[in-house]
Ligand binder design. Structure first.
Ligand code: GCW
Length: 639
């Protein structure tokens, strides 16, 4: 990953010796990282004591910020922070600047959010739900495990500014249910301590019906006194046994998971009951809002899945305890390549919220296709929700951020070597949501592949265009959901059309799309003015979301004069050609990046190009058969 520091001939003199007081385990970790990192860059053995007059780098813990740090230059270089955690972040920041070839960056830096975490969908049996980079390194054969990789993982997170992770799947099944019983306290403690050294907090997903599954109670009703007592006891036990436990993450009343609705209670009742149980330990509850009807009938055109989260949670604003944070996916449906920003983010004035992204590319190429997601994340964070006159961007409306992780036990951690840029970039954006995605790509490329300009330019070129390319050859204009049901990889235009999941495009031979304006399901009205009006009419709706919001005839004229159908045909041809061009660009790097990486990525590109052609041909020929309207440019459309 990016922590493989490369030798740098012009390393500044002060960077040769590192001194500091190891006041805490974290300060020790910061010192160790600096010593080994600088030794690798300077080509020397780490840890030599400086001669009396030699300039050096000093780590100082002095009262101040919780996680932020200051870098100062007074002859020697200084990294200052109020905590060991801040020193760890400061040390990695400095290492990154030096590895980029810079001199000493004097600066103050502190994170935008107190919670910046990764969610793992790791199961106790070692498999990973939507995992595309091997098996879990947190669980093996039913038990949590702490290995050398746990420590490297903690280093990776801290090195890009992240400070938490939830190690088990929100769908809590099998042995993961038993994490609260005390049977695995030893292993959990070991993991927690290992993460803690780098300032990374541990979170656990829990099942809402644990009092029944584990405690043998007849109910999990959040207002039942016995249920409350059960949770208070369970929380007390696990928080006492596992230091550094930050709290619980819960998926309730979602896709078949148990939840408060079973007992006629609200999500506020459910979340608050758990919040009270963890409060004595300073714990927090992250409560997911991914709640919708997943047993829909395709003939029902009234119910609109996109509306569900706002309909359920907006009326509960202000009813949640202050140690509850509502966890909201970036879009209203489910991590598609293009969705509008979730309107729920603009509907919670008096409730903490946490924005959830997905690094695991479930619908965006599954770490077989390059899809650099950071520009999309930045777009979401910048989006103005218009719920107040100023400071109304998503970034300014939330209190925390998380992303579903894309890591596993593959040798390169993320399956596709280039997918590591997403993990790195998410960390940087979580620290500072104003970070520039192009600059992040450059930084990641230089840290990973070294300071070879040809490599940096090629890699950045590939990354920065990759999202639009993927969008074009798969599902353009916000239509989404034409993937193979279940696996979510590859094209199947009607795969979900008559299913129960509420993800319809309703294409006929005449029209395509779901009408979500005021004359349709009214989803657009969940946004504040002027967004509601903008999205509500096809004329003013941004084109990239046209088919998310509107049902239109194929002959509808796009702004550039092309018909809607022609635009879809063209996008598929263009996207596919772009994927082929990316693969060719990668091939020019043979001999400039490590062989093993070159070959791995070349293999991934072969698959991406194959799959892009399949998407192009399947979607285009399906539309052609449906409409019998040929391509205006006479290209072959049918398989
Ligand atoms: O996107 C869907 C996935 C499920 C996932 C769910 C969720 C963990 O297909 O695999 O379950 O979202 O976010 O809860």
């Amino acid at each position: 990953m990016w922590l493989d520091w490369k030798p740098r001939r012009d390393l500044p003199a002060y960077a040769k010796y590192v001194v500091g007081e190891a006041g805490s385990r974290r300060a020790t970790a910061a010192l160790r990282e600096l010593r080994t990192g600088l030794a690798a860059m300077g080509g020397e053995a780490p840890g030599a004591a400086p001669p009396e007059t030699a300039p050096c780098l000093r780590l100082v813990e002095e009262p101040g910020e919780e996680e932020g740090f200051r870098l100062r230059r007074h002859g020697e270089g200084l990294i200052l922070s109020g905590t060991g955690r801040g020193l760890v972040f400061g040390a990695f920041y400095l290492l990154r600047r030096l590895a980029l070839g810079e001199d000493f960056p004097c600066c103050n830096s502190s994170p935008a959010y107190p919670i910046r975490m990764l969610d793992h969908w790791d199961n106790a049996d070692g498999s990973i739900e939507r995992g595309y980079s091997g098996n879990s390194f947190f669980f093996r054969e039913g038990r949590p495990v702490c290995t050398e990789r746990t420590r490297d993982y903690a280093r990776l997170l801290a090195s890009c500014g992240l400070n938490g992770c939830c190690i088990n799947n929100v769908n809590v099944r099998g042995n993961a249910l038993r994490l609260l019983t005390g049977e695995y306290d030893g292993e959990l403690r070991e993991i927690a301590l290992c993460l803690e050294e780098y300032g990374v907090g541990l979170w656990l997903s829990v099942s809402f019906s644990a009092p029944m599954e584990l405690g043998g109670l007849p109910t999990a009703d959040p207002l039942d006194p016995e249920v409350k007592a059960w949770w208070a006891e369970a929380a007390g036990h696990i928080f006492r046994s596992v230091p550094n436990l930050a709290g619980f993450l819960i998926k309730a009343d979602s896709e078949g998971r148990p939840g408060p609705h079973t007992y006629g209670r609200t999500h506020a009742d459910g979340a608050n009951m758990l919040a009270d149980a963890v409060r004595p330990w300073g714990g927090r509850i992250l409560w997911r809002c991914f709640v919708y009807d997943c047993t829909q009938d395709w003939r029902d055109t009234e119910t609109d899945r996109a509306r569900a989260q706002c309909d359920t949670f907006a009326p509960l604003d202000g009813q949640f305890r202050d140690n509850v944070c509502l966890q909201i996916k970036n879009g209203p449906v489910d991590f598609q390549i293009r969705e509008p920003v979730s309107p729920l983010l603009g509907r919670l004035e008096n409730t903490n919220s946490l924005l959830e992204f997905q690094l695991a590319q479930e619908y965006t190429g599954q770490q077989k296709h390059v899809c650099y997601l950071i520009p999309m994340f930045r777009e979401v964070l910048d989006f103005r929700l218009r719920h107040r006159p100023e400071k109304d961007s998503a970034a300014e409306s939330i209190q925390a951020v998380c992303a579903v992780s894309n890591t596993g036990d593959d040798v390169n951690w993320t399956g596709h070597d280039l997918a590591a840029a997403n993990l790195f970039g998410f960390g940087l954006l979580a620290w500072d949501p104003r970070s520039d995605p192009a600059e992040i790509a450059r930084e990641w490329s230089v840290l990973t592949f070294g300071r070879d300009t040809a490599v940096t330019e090629t890699v950045c070129g590939i990354l920065l265009g990759s999202r639009e390319t993927y969008e074009k050859y798969t599902v353009p204009l916000g239509i989404g959901w034409m993937c193979v049901p279940g696996t979510h990889y590859g094209p199947s235009p009607e795969g979900y059309e008559y299913d129960r999941w509420g993800t319809y495009h309703r294409a006929t031979c005449r029209e395509i799309g779901v009408e979500r304006g005021p004359g349709g399901t009214g989803y657009a009205l969940q946004y504040h003015s002027p967004l509601a009006e903008m999205y509500g009419s096809a004329d003013s709706c941004p084109e990239e979301l046209l088919l998310f919001f509107h049902r239109l005839p194929y002959a509808y004229r796009m702004k550039d004069g092309r018909t809607l159908l022609q635009r879809i045909y063209d996008d598929h041809f263009e996207g596919c050609a772009e994927a082929e061009a990316m693969a060719r660009a990668w091939n020019t790097l043979e001999g400039r990046v490590p062989d093993e990486v070159f070959r791995r990525v070349r293999e991934r590109f072969r698959e991406q190009v194959r799959s892009a052609r399949e998407w192009r041909d399947v979607i285009n020929s399906w539309l052609y058969r449906l409409t019998l309207i040929p391509d205006e440019r006479g290209r072959r459309l049918y398989l």
